[in-house]
Design a protein around this ligand. Sequence first.
Ligand code: DGL
Length: 271
Amino acid sequence: MAGKISSKPIGVFDSGIGGLTVVKALMRELPYEPIVYFGDTARVPYGSKSRSTIVKFSMENVEFLLRFGVKCIIIACNTSSSWALPTLRRYFKVPIIGVIRPGSRAAVQATRTKRVGVIGTDATVRSRAYELEIKRLNSSISVYSQSCPLFVPMVESGWLNGPISTQIAATYLEPLKRQRVDTLILGCTHYPLLAPVIRKAFGAPVELIDSATQTAVEVRGLLAWNEWLSTSRARARYRFFVTDEPGHFSAIGQRFLGQAVRSVERVNHTD
Ligand code: DGL
């Protein structure tokens, strides 16, 4: 039985394209694991939506991935992880990993001053998911959160540097700088691409936490513990499914994945 499960793919879903930062980390950490990615590009963004909508969409995304017999599911989307993870875990038997706990753990380990900043979408910040998780791990840490709604369109438009991007980042980060945080969680799939601008705009030494990397480490742990790691040493197969135009996804996706995004198919996943 264990042998069979080990050859199954890992399922990953996101509201759209940003989850490719998590796929990139998974490819690096687990190069022999096949991956099925689902990006809900027709309904993105999730970050401005209500809890009930985010939970409903996330349930549908899990149901789609289950068609592929996935051995576990990674919620690459911070917004979905913030609002939908407990419900998904109640409904589905497959192990589901979100990005909030791994990112929080890394921040708790990194902070020296016990002052942590979190940036994310409106919905992620509203959920207080990072704050609650960090407090659960260490109640003496102070957490300061800031939503940065312009960062997602900036990244998707390729505004990764330059004076306007730096100015926008500086405006968002000002309250966190005033709170003298020494660690900053990049609590959104898109933000790792803005790391240089964020660092520059912050203007003081700060440890940036990329949840994607920490999540990939956690997935490795889960698979190793269950003896579900792929035993194949052949090139892993990657499949990408989206609910809107695949061309746009492939073109912009390259920026997130750091390589060409091949075999992208359009699906109507609720059919
Ligand atoms: N993937 C989302 C996140 O990580 C960002 C894009 C969206 O708002 O849907 O929160």
